[in-house]
Design a protein around this ligand. Structure first.
Ligand SMILES: NC(=O)c1ccc[n+]([C@@H]2O[C@H](COP(=O)([O-])OP(=O)(O)OC[C@H]3O[C@@H](n4cnc5c(N)ncnc54)[C@H](O)[C@@H]3O)[C@@H](O)[C@H]2O)c1
Length: 342
């Protein structure tokens, strides 16, 4: 029987430990895995595109374990009461190929994306950052806000969304977190005085939400929503001017903000920066950009984390047959001889 970690299990974990604690704990797993980058067998995710969005499969292994995530990205979904991003995934044993765990990964994607963003900011943003603009106030936004409060000491948020109701929801959800919140009327207003600008919008378009005149010297941009060919958030001149950090370069070249630049545009690698091989930021005044698209290693780390913190989930799935004789799979479907004769 296969352990199954449900949405209810992950919700209970977050309610019990606190979202900030879960994000921080998860960030340790993500950092540990990025620090052993060369042990992973890596590839770009597959993407099947619809006019309304994309369905992606994200596999990876470290020789001992394999994981994959199924995830979609459909910005129009929320108009029909459905999530823009929904996901599930599997952790398997490489030596047998057997799955060890099937898990929800929708809440977990929000957790791991926020944890990765905050880890990136720790190595790219100015250490004295206290104010963050948060553009796009949908499903991912609370996770980003709380991760940056707890892992980056962000105490002031400047919010903007084209949907006023989304911003009001975010304000209500953050009301007990001790964050000073300003609701802004435009992206430009939100970016004023921000040390960090997080963009987490959903639109299948080559958008230019952040333009050069909005970005002050020394700003760190955490660009989360541009994560697919033909789907960006940052004006090309901002991307050109920034020190750009990527997760897995081949995937980010196709999907990230740098899809707008030549294939040989300079980038630094998150794994190298975490390992202190390269600097995420070299001067106080430069603009830094974490060109986040989400890489399979973050889901691998998440599944490892979930397995450790929810070792005995309530539900077990009858997913893989367990015949008494492994060569007699048919035994599970054979009608008993006596019954057959009647
Ligand atoms: N990089 C990653 O690892 C990663 C992980 C998860 C999600 N994402 C991406 O993050 C984005 C947000 O995901 P979500 O689940 O929060 O989606 P969501 O649909 O719940 O929220 C997106 C919000 O963006 C707002 N928005 C759209 N265009 C805007 C604009 N021009 N200006 C301001 N606000 C705008 C929408 O009104 C909505 O409230 C998606 O694009 C998704 O693909 C990236």
């Amino acid at each position: 029987m296969l352990p199954f970690i449900s949405v209810a299990d992950v919700s209970a974990l977050i309610r019990h430990r606190g979202l900030g604690t879960v994000v921080r704990e998860l960030s340790y797993y993500i950092k540990a895995d990025f620090l052993r980058w060369n042990q992973f067998n890596k590839c770009e995710r597959t993407a099947n595109h619809a006019t309304t969005g994309v369905i992606e499969l994200m596999p990876i292994d470290d020789g001992e374990y394999f994981s994959f995530k199924y995830v979609n990205g459909h910005p129009p979904n929320t108009a029909h009461g459905m999530l823009t991003v929904a996901a599930f995934g599997v952790l398997s044993q490489m030596s047998t190929g057997y799955p060890l765990l099937l898990s929800e990964l929708t809440l977990t994607t929000a957790l791991r994306t926020a944890a990765t963003s905050a880890l990136a900011a720790q190595v790219q943003a100015r250490a004295d950052s206290v104010t963050m603009a948060l553009i796009g106030n949908g499903a991912q936004s609370e996770f980003q806000a709380i991760a940056f409060r707890d892992m980056m000491a962000i105490r002031k948020l400047r919010l903007y969304d084209i949907d006023v109701a989304a911003t009001q929801k975010l304000v209500a959800n953050l009301s007990t977190f001790g964050i000073d919140i300003t609701i802004c009327k435009s992206v430009a207003e939100a970016c004023k005085g921000a040390d960090i600008v997080t963009t987490v919008t959903a639109d299948k378009a080559l958008a230019t939400i952040i333009t050069p005149e909005m970005v002050e010297p020394g700003t760190h941009i955490n660009a989360v929503g541009g994560d697919c060919p033909g789907k960006t958030e940052i004006h090309i001149d901002v991307v050109k001017a920034a020190r750009v950090m990527v997760e897995f370069e081949p995937q980010t070249r196709a999907e990230g903000e740098i899809q707008q630049l030549p294939q040989n545009s300079p980038v630094v690698h998150f794994s190298d920066v975490l390992a202190d091989i390269t600097k995420g930021r070299v001067s106080e005044g430069e603009i830094t950009l974490f060109d986040s698209v989400g890489f399979a290693i973050e889901d691998f780390s998440s599944l490892r984390y979930l397995r450790d913190v929810i070792p005995n989930p309530a539900q077990m799935l009858d997913l893989i047959p367990e015949p008494a004789n492994a060569k007699d799979l048919y035994s599970l479907c054979a009608i008993k001889y006596q019954e057959n004769r009647v």
